[in-house]
Design a protein around this ligand. Structure first.
Ligand SMILES: NC(=O)c1ccc[n+]([C@@H]2O[C@H](COP(=O)([O-])OP(=O)(O)OC[C@H]3O[C@@H](n4cnc5c(N)ncnc54)[C@H](OP(=O)(O)O)[C@@H]3O)[C@@H](O)[C@H]2O)c1
Length: 316
């Protein structure tokens, strides 16, 4: 029987949870073992985790009974929700509440809740510098996560509140990369002016989370942001140009223009970038690169991430 402390990792076949699971499983001396949660234990990614030594268990965060059984016997859990699967902040809030209650019931000793700012604390609903969305949010995919923090606190769940940064992997998978303009040139379009945005290699989020579990009690009750580097649009474009060998120009648009792009979630992301732009210090000070490096000595800069991934960025 393993004497290791069991960490239940949600989203284990995805970016954040996958990084947590791999960080633990790749450390043969780890004090922790992994229960990887997926809805499909037969997927290639699930099998890969099983091959690395994870216990792979089926559960759905929308099914309270499966959530409870997933946590049975565990020391800790990495909780993440999946906003872009449904675009509903109310659903996301409900899932976080279920997770907090299940964690309390299972008497977990350390939970990491992957949250983000409730931006309404800085931009109240009656502040018209950005539109209110869905009736009561400014940045829907942030606000409900941040609102749920209080539930973990109220229930006394020993929680570290992890705030991730913009994944550089979005340039590969999320359509956020450079696009060809009508003049045939490549443009990286953000409404950030000359402000710096915290970014991260998604795999590093999980490695930092592992660092948080290792630190244990010291980080319970704390908010920890993770970032590999803080970069302006010009800096990102210049590093992208160097890494791809193609000229990429930073195209600074207004948040209104970004919101009008029309793809699903453009208004939410327009507000998010505006929040990053207008509250640069608030966002970047919590996403401390030096502390992220303490948690994860392998933390990558954008340049280092590009050296491995630039060829995977579609340039159309
Ligand atoms: N993209 C960014 O720049 C960024 C930055 C900060 C924060 N975030 C936040 O990150 C969150 C998403 O995390 P991620 O990027 O790690 O996700 P992801 O890569 O899309 O992976 C999600 C995984 O979660 C599982 N999943 C989805 N719905 C589930 C459910 N109902 N029950 C159980 N498992 C479920 C899926 O696994 P199975 O199919 O195997 O079940 C999937 O592989 C979002 O809420 C987003 O707001 C993103």
């Amino acid at each position: 029987m393993s004497q290791k402390k069991l960490i239940v990792v949600f989203g284990a076949t995805g970016a954040q949870g996958g990084g947590v699971a791999r960080a633990i499983l790749n450390d043969s001396n780890s004090e922790f073992s992994v229960r990887a949660i997926t809805r499909d234990v037969n997927s290639d990614k699930a099998k890969e985790l099983a091959g690395m030594g994870a216990e792979v268990v089926a559960a759905d965060i929308d099914d309270n009974e499966s959530l409870k059984s997933a946590l049975a016997g565990a020391y800790g859990a990495y909780f993440v929700t999946f906003y872009w699967a449904h675009f509903s902040p109310e659903k996301e809030y409900g899932e976080a509440v279920s997770m907090a209650h299940a964690a309390k019931e299972a008497a977990l000793q350390h939970v990491i809740w992957s949250t983000l700012e409730d931006t309404r604390k800085w931009v109240p609903l009656d502040d018209n510098r950005m539109p209110t969305l869905m009736g009561k949010y400014k940045v829907p995919h942030f606000d409900a996560k941040g609102e749920a923090d209080q539930v973990f606190l109220d229930l006394g769940v020993p929680t570290t509140f992890l705030r991730a940064s913009f994944y550089w992997d979005n340039f590969i998978y999320f359509g956020a990369g450079p696009k060809k303009g009508p003049d045939g040139k490549l443009y990286l379009t953000f409404p950030m002016d000359d402000k710096k945005m915290a970014g991260v290699a998604s795999e590093d989020i999980g490695k930092c989370a592992y660092g948080i579990f290792k630190k244990g009690d010291e980080l319970v009750g704390k908010t920890v942001g993770v970032a590999g580097e803080h970069l302006s649009g010009d800096e990102m474009a210049s590093l992208l140009s160097k890494a791809t060998g193609k000229e990429i120009i930073y195209n600074n648009v207004t948040p209104d223009t970004y919101r009008s792009f029309g793809f699903p979630g453009a208004d939410d992301l327009g507000n998010m970038f505006q929040f990053y732009r207008d509250f640069e210090e608030v966002c970047n000070s919590v996403r401390d690169v030096q502390f992220s490096k303490v948690l994860n000595p392998e933390l990558k800069s954008f340049d280092a991430w590009l050296s491995e991934n630039a060829s995977r960025i579609p340039l159309d």
